[in-house]
Design a binder for this molecule. Structure first.
Ligand code: ADP
Length: 185
């Protein structure tokens, strides 16, 4: 099994690049944001519990996302590998993920570096185009804040373990994809 984490702030292009990498390398794309949005749109019990947090740009409880990820890994265990998108977002989640995967299948981190000004521009545009309810000015600010407080510290965690690869995420979709492919091959 070969596993990867696509990492970066909101608006860095994680979902777009994860999809392309999944296709190219025959990996399963596991996006916790997409799975949570599905729970919300189906109005499941979990969906009802997380809707408000997501709309405010906060982090859903580790216990909820950890369980979702565990289910998926168990169900789809036969795949060539996973690309995790939007997970882990806290040190607890990172430790949980390593514990779920066999030691030799610990994921490499593909970190997309994008300046804050560019992130805000992209997220606002996405809000207008896709109507994602958390892509509004207030929530964007909060998500960027939550990212720098709780998620960005993971970069040190992975760098210390020599599992971190960073690429410039500011080019075109194809340029960024090329940079990532060069690192994976
Ligand atoms: P983005 O990275 O652009 O903010 P996501 O689709 O990854 O978008 O996440 C959307 C929202 O879903 C987050 O703001 C958060 O509320 C929730 N979420 C997704 N993944 C996690 C996670 N691993 N832990 C906690 N909350 C999460």
């Amino acid at each position: 099994m070969r596993n990867f984490i696509i990492f970066g702030p909101p608006g860095a292009g994680k979902g777009t690049q994860a999809q392309k990498i999944a296709n190219e390398f025959n990996l399963h794309h596991l996006s916790t944001g997409a799975l949570l949005r599905e729970e919300v749109s189906r109005q499941t019990e979990i969906g009802q519990r997380v809707q408000k947090i997501m709309d405010q740009g906060g982090l859903v409880d580790d216990s909820i996302v950890d369980a979702i990820v565990k289910n998926k890994i168990t169900q789809d265990g036969q795949v060539a590998g996973f690309i995790f998108d939007g997970y882990p977002r806290t040190i607890n989640q990172a430790e949980n993920l390593d514990a779920l995967l066999a030691a030799k299948a610990l994921p490499l981190i593909l970190n997309l570096e994008v300046e804050e000004k560019e992130l805000i521009k992209r997220l606002k545009l996405r809000g207008q185009e896709s109507g994602r309810s958390d892509d509004n000015e207030e929530t964007i600010k909060n998500r960027l804040h939550v990212y720098s407080e709780q998620t960005r510290p993971l970069l040190d965690f992975y760098a210390r373990q020599k599992r971190l690869i960073s690429v410039n995420g500011q080019g075109t979709i194809e340029e960024v994809f090329q940079l990532l492919q060069d690192q994976i091959k």
